[in-house]
Design a protein around this ligand. Sequence first.
Ligand SMILES: NC(=O)C1=CN([C@@H]2O[C@H](COP(=O)(O)OP(=O)(O)OC[C@H]3O[C@@H](n4cnc5c(N)ncnc54)[C@H](OP(=O)(O)O)[C@@H]3O)[C@@H](O)[C@H]2O)C=CC1
Ligand SMILES: CC(=O)N[C@@H](CCC(=O)OP(=O)(O)O)C(=O)O
Length: 341
Amino acid sequence: MEVAIIGITGYAGTVLYELLTNHPQISQINLYAHNLTQSTPLGKITGQFSFGEQIVYPYDAQQIMENNDVVFFATPAGVTSKLAQPFLKQLFPVIDLSGDFRLNDPKQYEKWYQKPAANEDELKSAYYGLADLQNNDDQKYVANPGCYATSILLGLAPLVQNDLIQPDSILIDAKSGFSGAGKKLTTMNHFVNAHDNLQIYKPNQHKHIPEIMQKLKEWNQNVDYIQFMTTVVPMNRGIMSSIYVQIKPKIRFQNIQDAFKTCYQNSPFVFTTPNLPTVKEVVGTNECHLGFSYNPKTNYLLVDSVIDNMIKGAAGQAIQNLNQLFHFSITDGLKLTPTLP
Ligand SMILES: NC(=O)C1=CN([C@@H]2O[C@H](COP(=O)(O)OP(=O)(O)OC[C@H]3O[C@@H](n4cnc5c(N)ncnc54)[C@H](OP(=O)(O)O)[C@@H]3O)[C@@H](O)[C@H]2O)C=CC1
Ligand SMILES: CC(=O)N[C@@H](CCC(=O)OP(=O)(O)O)C(=O)O
């Protein structure tokens, strides 16, 4: 099959391209960029010698639909919902890495993203592709989940779905590498601020809160809020979400372990680990590792959830969604090993 990528000059687009070049079902990857007037070699645009002569074409929705079987948007929120219009109208398969179609409610989108939302029918027709927990049967428009949201929802699903925790006790302290913020230079990611430093940002105001809440509510009506802190740490890739929850009376730690085992027993990508996992063990892979520490005095459980934000949190999960959409093997293009040391 032939696939199109929009956003090849960004971080998520680059990783997606890299992964798709090793996907056994993809015969051709076609790249398109919004600011080109003529076809240009990718190596010339990015200055990366290794990209060689792969051509990038000027953006043209009609041509993309004629020459491809599916399109990936690795473009910013606010931009994607506009670019996606012709594809939505023609029910052309889209896998969208942005946040534009993750929320069902346009008012929620406008509140958290502070941008105009797509229309309500379009939002409702989109499919939130949390690929390790559900299967996509012929849904056309896939909204690929956010990186923090993925690590947190995978860490909370067995607990919330099985009603094992106090629903008002969820505290999350999430740490991310700088690639999560995309390639734009900002005060926070300027070397002098980023290196040798820790920076909390958007405390309880992060745009992944409504996305996480939407899913938690679907799983368990009793969850009304979460406490959510985000910190950037001086590394390129990776997320560690430290999720603290109080477990319900009469629930034993063994019940918790059993719930995780059952939930992920058929998953090739989500694992519980005997020790608290580190970020390095998943960077370069599409895996999520989940480890636990239980304090019987406070009845608080720590779930330590680690992923590579660029793969499980973006491009890798997008490929899982591709595999589901086209009924390919679930691990196609995703047999990866961690980048060590
Ligand atoms: N980085 C991450 O860890 C994750 C990112 N995502 C999402 O993936 C998407 C891409 O993120 P990321 O790669 O980090 O961002 P970058 O800022 O690194 O890249 C953005 C890409 O979008 C292109 N672009 C910008 N404006 C337009 C436009 N008006 N029309 C068409 N293309 C445009 C840019 O092209 P140019 O450079 O030529 O302007 C660039 O290729 C975002 O929606 C992000 O939220 C999701 C999960 C994780
Ligand atoms: C470190 C950092 O800045 N991370 C990004 C997370 C980006 C992400 O997951 O993607 P979406 O923008 O698609 O939701 C942030 O906090 O906004």
